[in-house]
Design a protein around this ligand. Structure first.
Ligand SMILES: [Fe+2]
Length: 283
């Protein structure tokens, strides 16, 4: 079987698309999001609960909870879903570099490991995996972050933030470890996939006020992506991306998100009063 069923869920707070990809019996969840109120510090599983209800109602067995990268705009709901259904929480091996960067930047506890051991599985470049009868493969797509990967499952790719919808272009490359040159080359690798490959994006902000969309094809991206389509050179893309990144503000949930996501979605260890806290560097 090479055409998986794909069920999208929109996390409205962060405009993140979460997917359940399955063969009718066995599933993987891609990029689940936790609700988070930055003012009160309260987390919630309202949105992830809708994903859980879908998996439960269909009686799906959950093999994988897949992160395309350590997100900087929402907290991962992977631990909540793992508690409900089991399955392995996985991310690309590049997470170690992201952990090292943020351990330093946020002065995380000394014994915070930067080898990715917080995750159940670290995918190497081009590693293959299975979701029931479906064949999957990991395509390294660094550039937005250096741990970014794309999951190819049957004829569907889950590209994380490497590509938005054609009219949304691409994600920023100015986070620590981001690199527009590297992103361009990663996108070329995606563009070498069969043109009919279904592309599922991790975010859509509804440019121009249109409804949120989540699915396109490699052919549509190559023809019409406003940042990288056939004929756009690496230099042209890097210039455009760099100019645009200079205008973007720090995402509201950058620090809360990365602190939790480099821990595979766990909150930081409790302090001496038994409570857990997130840090914010001030200058
Ligand atoms: Fe991202």
């Amino acid at each position: 079987m090479n055409r998986p069923q794909v069920q999208p869920f929109l996390h409205k707070q962060s405009s993140t698309w979460t997917y359940v990809v399955h063969d009718g019996k066995t599933a993987a969840i891609v990029d689940p999001a936790l609700d988070f109120d930055a003012h009160s510090g309260r987390t919630g599983t309202g949105s992830a609960g809708e994903v859980a209800a879908f998996v439960r109602d269909r009686g799906l067995k959950l093999d994988w909870i897949l992160e395309t990268h350590a997100h900087a705009d929402h907290l991962s709901a992977a631990p909540f879903l793992k508690r409900e259904f089991g399955g392995q929480i996985a991310i690309g091996r590049g997470i170690g570099k992201v952990q090292a960067t943020f351990k330093e930047l946020l002065n995380l506890e000394e014994d915070f490991a930067t080898d990715g051991r917080q995750f159940d599985h670290l995918f190497g470049d081009d590693e293959s995996f299975r979701v029931g009868t479906l064949e999957g493969c990991v395509i390294p797509t660094p550039g937005h972050t250096n741990d970014s990967v794309t999951y190819l499952v049957g004829d569907a790719v889950f590209v994380g933030d490497s590509l938005f919808m054609p009219d949304g272009g691409t994600a920023r490359c100015d986070f620590p470890g981001g690199d527009a040159h590297v992103l361009y080359r990663s996108i070329q690798r995606l563009y070498a996939l069969p043109p009919e490959t279904r592309v599922f994006v991790c975010h859509d902000y509804g440019p121009g006020g249109r409804e949120h969309r989540f699915e396109t094809t490699i052919a549509a991206q190559r023809q019409g992506n406003i940042h990288v389509r056939d004929g756009v050179s690496e230099e042209e893309f890097v210039q455009l991306r760099t100019r645009r990144d200079a205008t973007l503000a720090v995402p509201e949930l950058l620090y809360p998100s990365v602190q939790v996501n480099v821990r595979a979605g766990q909150l930081p260890p409790a302090e001496s009063n038994g409570r857990q806290y997130l840090k914010l560097p001030v200058t």
